[in-house]
Design a protein around this ligand. Structure first.
Ligand code: B4P
Length: 208
């Protein structure tokens, strides 16, 4: 289990381990998150999945988000921040969270820091997957053949998602770099090997 514990008299203090899996669209965040949550017992919070659930349920939030997502644009900050805030409140027993696809702007990062601070915790580590643009486009077009996701079918929409990433999301790494929390990991190649690299980075910090 991935939390630090110490004994203070009879008291058992648990420190949450919160992780951000960071990277451009198609870099393997969703793929690697599935494995990491199962290995480390973290609660998975993917804003992409949460938004797609809202769309499937045809909620007003989902209908509003769909118009942005179908064009490859980011959904407005207030919407995703509210979703994450509720998800944090709804999981008081979690040993730690794995944030996948969130934060995607500096405003989201600052808000996340505040929400975690209110709960007496913080981000321990940001693992940033590095993948070339050519490989991202290849992967997403391939997923589009079977995923049923409208944002994976059209190459222009995929390119727009990458532009949004460069314009608005890449700077989130700078935000966490200020606190020396970012580790870059090669995201190309064998999925198991990438998982091993990510696990090593977590294990080093969990032993500290
Ligand atoms: P997300 O659902 O977060 O999706 P993503 O970035 O496209 O995918 P991800 O990175 O998880 O995909 P993966 O590599 O696992 O976002 C979708 C949209 O939701 C955004 O465009 C935005 O509109 C909105 N949104 C979400 N969060 C938001 C936020 N915080 N703020 C505002 N808007 C938000 O998978 C890609 C493919 O690669 C898969 O088919 C996989 O099998 C394959 N793959 C993975 N690893 C591989 C490897 N090593 N080799 C070969 N293929 C690999």
């Amino acid at each position: 289990m991935l939390y630090l514990s110490t004994h203070k008299g009879k008291e058992h203090i648990c420190i949450m381990f919160n992780l951000i899996l960071f990277g451009p669209p198609g870099s393997g965040k969703g793929t690697q998150s599935e494995r990491l949550i199962s290995k480390y017992g973290l609660k998975h919070l993917s804003t992409g999945d949460l938004l797609r659930n809202e769309i499937a349920g045809q909620s007003p939030l989902g209908l509003a988000a769909k118009s942005f997502m179908d064009k490859g644009q980011l959904v407005p900050d207030e919407v995703v921040i509210e979703m994450i805030s509720s998800a944090l409140d709804n999981n008081p027993q979690a040993n730690g969270f794995l944030f996948d696809g969130f934060p995607r702007t500096n405003a989201q990062a600052e808000e996340l820091d505040k929400l975690l601070h209110q709960k007496g915790t913080s981000i321990a580590l940001v693992l940033a997957l590095q993948v070339s643009e050519q490989e991202l486009i290849k992967r997403l077009l391939k997923r589009g053949l079977t995923s049923g996701r409208p944002d994976d079918v059209d190459e222009e929409v995929i390119r727009n998602r990458i532009v949004e990433y460069e314009k608005k999301t890449a700077a989130v790494a700078d935000h966490y770099n200020k606190y020396e929390k970012v580790v870059y990991v090669k995201g190309e190649g064998n999925i198991d090997e990438i998982f091993d690299s990510l696990s090593k980075e977590i294990d080093v910090r969990n032993r500290a």
